[in-house]
Each structure stands twice: as structure tokens, then as C-alpha cells.
Ligand binder design. Structure first.
Ligand SMILES: Cc1cc2nc3c(=O)[nH]c(=O)nc-3n(C[C@H](O)[C@H](O)[C@H](O)COP(=O)(O)OP(=O)(O)OC[C@H]3O[C@@H](n4cnc5c(N)ncnc54)[C@H](O)[C@@H]3O)c2cc1C
Length: 442
């Protein structure tokens, strides 16, 4: 096979995985990334000199593509499986929410509705295939089978928190898959959930991939936003980029992969036809907004608390150091307060001081002793296009890898379905696309 020269836009999990597997099959890749760091949504920053994800990250046992990548990079020994402690905030307090026994003790629901929800969850965990769930909303399905109390007190507020104004449009196929996949991360007893974390952070995976690409003669250019995908004679011929030094530069390629959100494609490719551009905008996204508190002591004893109370201004609390011990972070206790938001919402536009001011009164509900004097530092990250909106009959809205322009390929999180988007599925897409390209040009 002749060696192809391939341009990749984006050094997130997908772009890096595509680059890694294309390099392995003998091609040369150049990855252009707008940000000054690797990893996109799964990128890291430093807290007291130690890397940690901008948004909390873990792996499930079913994340076989990430596990395989770790193996291939010689990083498998870094991956540790740790029991998670999950809670739910409802009816004014935190309830354990990890095991079937916890559900039985969840008093906000009547005993009958607890049993009913337990049976429904069991059914969903073992149901195979998305087809029966594709065309019905999660909201309607849950009301029908688990009852309106389970919907109004548990699932409804969680959908509202995660998807905001889209909550009533979300497909049951998305919710079914969440339940089905999570069972795969349970231990042999079925009661403990084990989650994976690459000790040292996800960042080391991306660094190693980037190093291997460069050792094989490829390039990974950070702080290099792509401004245009140029098209000549009906094919994608190259990328117009702004270099680190601010100078414009043109790079020529045999084929180009874009891993950007779908709505950016019409801006990057002026030559794209209207019909395809309109098709791409059928999937909306929400942004993730993270306020990260570095504390001198724990806030709670939970790793993950879902907030099923929409009078609260956030969706969840993820206390990373109840998963990975604080000793790994120089004794700091690290708490993410998380939200998924529209980019025009008030909370999205707030700075970290205003967000902390808004969230502070509610943090007392998770620990009545909480005091601002516990806070060593505050960090704030906004991640755009973090969550594609998975509506009913979503299969019809998924774009293929191939675009109407020859030699231009699109791969992004809108193509992940029915699974919820995650690093594992971005790696799967990157690998699948590398295979498709290697075969097509062979
Ligand atoms: C808060 C949060 C928590 C999460 N938790 C988990 C978890 O626990 N486990 C898990 O597996 N996954 C998790 N995910 C999901 C996971 O991080 C993403 O699904 C995955 O990282 C997406 O990778 P990607 O490469 O497809 O997209 P992205 O990471 O979005 O990468 C796209 C890249 O393209 C770049 N780009 C865009 N435009 C241009 C341009 N014009 N020129 C050059 N570059 C450009 C962007 O800067 C970005 O780096 C989480 C996500 C969020 C937001």
C-alpha cells in the first residue's frame, strides 16, 4: 500500500486514535489542534503540579477500545479498577444509590414504586438491542412502565438536569443503553460497581499516542486552528491553518479527517452543499460547565452524586478524591460541580466567582458544615459541544464517515449511538475510520 499523507483536525481522543491507527498501518499523519493541549474534552490541567481531567473521567469494564489502546501503548498496568460510591440527592438529603438494596431503602418513592422501578431497571439492564426503544422518549417510556412517581422524582429531574430544554425529547434508546452498559462494570456479586482510572490521568494516554505518531514521522501541531478545508476539483486538497506564530499556512494532504462538532463543518468547508450542511445541524449539543473546588477536607463520602432536585442549580457533584485518594493530589480534596447547559444560559456565561456564589448555599445541603475557608483554590472549565442531544429515531440523523466531498471524512461524537458518548467510543470511531481509509486507498 502506498503511504498516504493524512491531515486530521482535532487532537481529542478521536483524532489521536485515528492518527495512531493510521500511523500503524504505514501512513503519515499531521494532526492540527486549536487548543494548546492534547485530549480535547478529556484533556487535563494541573492542580498543585498533578494532572487531572478538566471534567471528571473514568472508564467502565465495557470500554474495550480504550483498554486495548492502553495495552498497545504499554500503559495497561496504570489502569486500576476501584469501587465507586454513588448517591442521589432527593427529598432534601443524599441517598445511597449503588445497589438494589439502596433502591429498596429510597423512601421518596412508595414501596410499591421502588419495587416497580427495581423490576424495570433489571429489565433494562438485560434487554438486548435498541430497536424497541428507538422511537419512544425516555420520559414517556419511564412513565408508562415505572410509573409517574419514579419519573417525577428520579428519572425526570435527572433528564432535565442533563438535557435541559431537550429533556422530554430524549430517546429511550439512550437511557436503556446507560442501564445496560453500567451492569457490565459490576463485580461478580453484581452489587459493587468497579470503575477504571489510568493512574496519573488520561493525559498520559494522549501524550504517549502523540509521541508514537511523531516517532513514526508524523506531526501533532498544537495551537494550530484549522480555518478552512480547501476543496479543488471536487476533492479536499488541504488545510488552511493559523500556525502557532500567527502566520497563515497551507498544508496539502491526500485525505482529511475532521473530528470537530458537526455545526463547525459548514464554516470550515464553504464548498459544502446546503442539503448536507442542513442535515449536519439536525443534532444539537449542550456544553459542560465545571466548577472545581480544591478543598482541605472532603465535602461528602461519595464519588458521584446525581442531583434529582431541580431547585438546585447544578446536576451533580463528583468528588474525584473519593475515587482516587487525595494522597495522589498532595492531600487536596477535589470536587467537580457539574452542569450541562445551553451556551446562551445565564450559568454558562457566569465567571467562576459568580458560579461559586450561586452554588455555595446549596453546598450546605451536601455538608452542613461546609465553609469557604475549606477552599484552597477554584477552577472553572467550559467544554462546548460536550453532549449531543439524542432524540427519538436518532439513527436517521447520524452522518456517515464519508462526506459529499471526495477525500474528506467526518468523525465525531454525533456518530456514537446508542451508547452515551465517551472516550472509548471516540477511540472506536478513530480505529474504524483508520481501517476504512486504509482499505479505500489500498
Ligand atoms: C464533563 C465531561 C465528563 C466526561 N466523562 C467521561 C468519562 O467519565 N469517561 C469517558 O470515557 N468519557 C467521558 N466524557 C466524554 C469524552 O471526554 C468525550 O466523549 C471524548 O473525549 C470526545 O473526544 P473527541 O475527540 O471525539 O472530541 P473532542 O474531545 O471534542 O475533540 C475535538 C477536538 O477538535 C478540536 N478542534 C475543534 N475545532 C478545531 C479547529 N477548527 N481546528 C483545530 N482543532 C479544532 C477541539 O479543540 C478538540 O480538541 C466526558 C465529557 C465531559 C464533557
Amino acid at each position: 500500500m502506498s503511504r498516504l499523507n493524512i491531515g486530521i483536525i482535532g487532537a481529542g481522543a478521536l483524532g489521536l486514535a485515528a492518527g495512531f491507527y493510521l500511523t500503524r498501518s504505514g501512513n503519515r499523519v499531521t494532526i492540527c489542534e486549536a487548543a494548546p493541549f492534547l485530549g480535547g474534552q478529556a484533556s487535563t490541567f494541573l492542580i498543585g503540579g498533578t494532572p487531572i481531567e478538566r471534567g471528571y473521567h473514568h472508564l467502565f469494564k465495557s470500554d474495550i477500545y480504550m483498554r486495548q489502546l492502553l495495552d498497545e501503548l504499554g500503559l495497561a498496568q496504570q489502569l486500576k479498577w476501584i469501587e465507586s460510591k454513588v448517591g442521589i440527592y432527593a427529598d432534601g438529603r443524599i441517598w445511597n444509590f449503588s445497589t438494589p438494596f439502596d433502591l429498596l431503602a429510597f423512601k421518596p418513592l412508595s414501596l410499591l414504586n421502588r419495587i416497580r422501578l427495581g423490576i424495570v431497571v433489571k429489565y433494562l439492564q438485560h434487554a438486548r438491542g435498541k430497536d424497541p426503544f428507538e422511537s419512544i422518549t425516555a420520559s414517556n417510556w419511564i412513565q408508562k412502565y415505572a410509573g409517574s412517581q419514579a419519573h417525577d422524582l428520579v428519572i425526570g429531574p435527572l433528564l432535565k438536569g442533563k438535557f435541559g430544554k431537550y429533556a422530554n425529547e430524549i430517546s429511550m434508546a439512550w437511557l436503556w443503553n446507560k442501564f445496560a452498559l453500567r451492569t457490565t462494570s459490576r463485580d461478580k456479586t453484581g452489587y459493587k460497581e468497579l470503575l477504571g482510572y489510568p493512574m496519573g490521568s488520561f493525559g498520559q494516554i494522549f501524550t504517549k499516542v502523540s509521541e508514537q505518531i511523531q516517532e513514526a514521522g508524523g506531526e501533532v501541531r498544537l495551537s494550530t486552528p484549522v480555518q478552512e478545508i480547501t476543496v479543488s476539483d471536487g476533492r479536499a486538497s488541504g488545510l488552511r491553518v493559523k500556525n502557532k506564530d500567527g502566520a497563515d499556512c497551507f498544508l496539502e494532504f491526500d485525505a482529511i479527517i475532521a473530528t470537530v462538532p458537526s455545526y463547525l463543518m459548514p464554516k470550515l468547508v464553504p464548498a459544502l452543499d446546503k442539503h448536507y450542511s442542513t442535515f449536519l445541524t439536525k443534532v444539537d449539543y449542550l456544553a459542560a460547565v465545571l466548577l472545581i473546588l480544591v478543598l482541605d477536607r472532603p465535602l461528602t463520602s461519595y464519588y458521584w452524586i446525581n442531583v434529582a432536585d431541580r431547585s438546585m442549580p447544578f446536576l451533580g457533584i463528583v468528588e474525584h478524591t473519593n475515587f482516587i485518594p487525595p494522597e495522589q493530589y498532595e492531600g487536596n480534596h477535589i470536587v467537580y460541580i457539574t452542569n450541562y447547559l445551553d451556551v446562551d444560559s445565564d450559568l454558562y456565561t457566569m465567571d467562576k466567582e459568580s458560579l461559586l456564589e450561586t452554588y455555595k448555599p446549596f453546598l450546605h445541603k451536601f455538608n452542613p458544615d461546609f465553609d469557604l475557608s475549606w477552599v484552597r483554590s477554584v477552577h472553572h472549565h467550559k467544554i462546548n459541544a460536550a453532549q449531543p442531544i439524542i432524540t427519538t429515531n436518532y439513527s436517521d440523523k447520524i452522518p456517515g464517515f464519508k462526506t459529499p466531498i471526495n477525500d474528506l471524512f467526518l468523525a465525531n461524537t454525533t456518530q456514537i449511538y446508542p451508547e452515551d458518548r465517551g472516550t472509548n467510543y471516540s477511540v472506536r470511531l478513530g480505529k474504524d475510520l483508520a481501517t476504512l481509509i486504509s482499505r479505500k486507498y489500498n
